[in-house]
Design a protein around this ligand. Structure first.
Ligand code: PHE
Length: 350
């Protein structure tokens, strides 16, 4: 191997040993720099004849080009390697399963409330919402349950700040205060028509929501749900309650062989009053009477507190337990499961 060829070879070797671009530039300087080996060779031609310069110069040029080619190749190789390292570091494994975003869904009791609203909506009932912190007036007194009325003791609840010393505010024990609140709004809206002796559009409303009592076991929770129903007009009877509620239960449970029983009962704000029991004729609950609601014809004192003349307006109300309905519909035997927030239980309803 001649001197020039071995120069190319040692340059190529030194370039190959350069692991970084900086090393490579140092290696380049040793051959192509101002005092590099190739430059030295050029300088060494000074004493040669014109003829010799021609051939020697051409040979050195070939050598220089070969070294430059090796340099370029090595530069490219280092840049490629660096790119590979970078790509590897930033690599996305597209074959990994994505992180799943939980689908989420409605709570079983919310599903029931939606169902109730849908069914009563189709029967022309509005949906009203009201406060969970109530005054003594709306929760009791306006509902014909004055202070010291024994029925209050069944509605032991949580008292909160506000109200008066003898009638403090409380967490509502039922959704019945919405009977008064909604009716008063309705009457206010139609005041002019009423004053002109014109007929008032009927009140037809349901009021779902949270309610509270000091109660806690497998079938009672200190916070639970109720859904009130109210229908007031000039000619609304107990028969309408039976029709409406039977229709509701059969639609809700998707079962035509379901019978209802209106069992005489007492509520201060209805007279007469009835508990509504249902009985399935088939299925796992067949043959048992299951209580699902309280109901009755709205008491004249309550109609008066709505701002209406009880001689002219009459109607019925009911209050049902959506938690209970949910338990019956899905076969859940412990109410507390609804409020524990255990995803293993809740996800079964999606
Ligand atoms: N508010 C009653 C309760 O909580 C239920 C009810 C509502 C009864 C409407 C009659 C009419 O027990």
């Amino acid at each position: 191997m001649n001197e020039l060829d071995s120069l190319v070879e040692s340059a190529t070797q030194l370039f190959a040993q350069s692991a970084t671009p900086a090393d490579l530039e140092n290696a380049k300087a040793q051959f192509l720099g101002k005092s590099g080996r190739v430059t030295e060779l050029m300088k060494g031609m000074a004493q040669l004849s014109v003829e010799e310069k021609k051939s020697r110069g051409a040979a050195i040029n070939v050598t220089k080009q070969a070294i430059e080619a090796a340099l370029t190749a090595r530069r490219q190789a280092l840049a490629d390697a660096e790119l590979q390292v970078q790509l590897k570091a930033e690599a996305l494994d597209v074959s990994l399963p994505g992180r799943q975003r939980g689908q989420g869904g409605l709570h079983p009791v919310s599903l029931t409330l939606e169902r109730i609203e849908g069914i009563f909506g189709s029967m022309g009932f509005d949906v009203a919402q009201g406060p969970e912190i109530e005054t003594d007036w709306f929760n009791f007194t306006a509902l014909n349950t004055p202070e010291d009325h024994p029925a209050r003791s069944m509605h032991d609840t949580f008292y909160v700040e506000g109200g008066t010393a003898t009638a403090p505010n409380l967490l509502r024990t039922h959704t019945s205060p919405m009977q008064i609140r909604h009716a008063v709004q309705h009457v206010k809206k139609h005041r002019a028509a009423l004053d002109a002796g014109q007929p008032m559009p009927e009140i037809r409303v349901i009021a779902p929501g949270r309610t509270y009592r000091v109660d806690s076991d497998a079938t009672h929770s200190p916070m639970f749900h109720q859904c009130e129903g109210l229908w007031i007009g000039e000619n609304v009877s107990f028969k309408d309650l039976k029709v409406i509620f039977t229709d509701f239960c059969r639609t809700f449970f998707e079962s035509d062989d379901l019978v209802l029983r209106f069992r005489p009962s007492f509520f201060p704000f209805t007279e007469p009053s009835a508990e509504i029991d249902i009985q399935f004729q088939t299925g796992p609950l067949a043959g048992r009477w299951l209580e699902v609601a309280g109901s009755g014809q709205v008491h004249p004192n309550v109609v008066r507190n709505m701002g209406l003349d009880p001689e002219k307006y009459i109607g019925f109300a009911f209050g049902m337990g959506p938690d209970r309905l949910t338990m019956l519909r899905y076969g859940v035997n412990d109410l507390r499961l609804f409020f524990d927030g255990d995803i293993r239980f809740l996800s079964q309803f999606q």
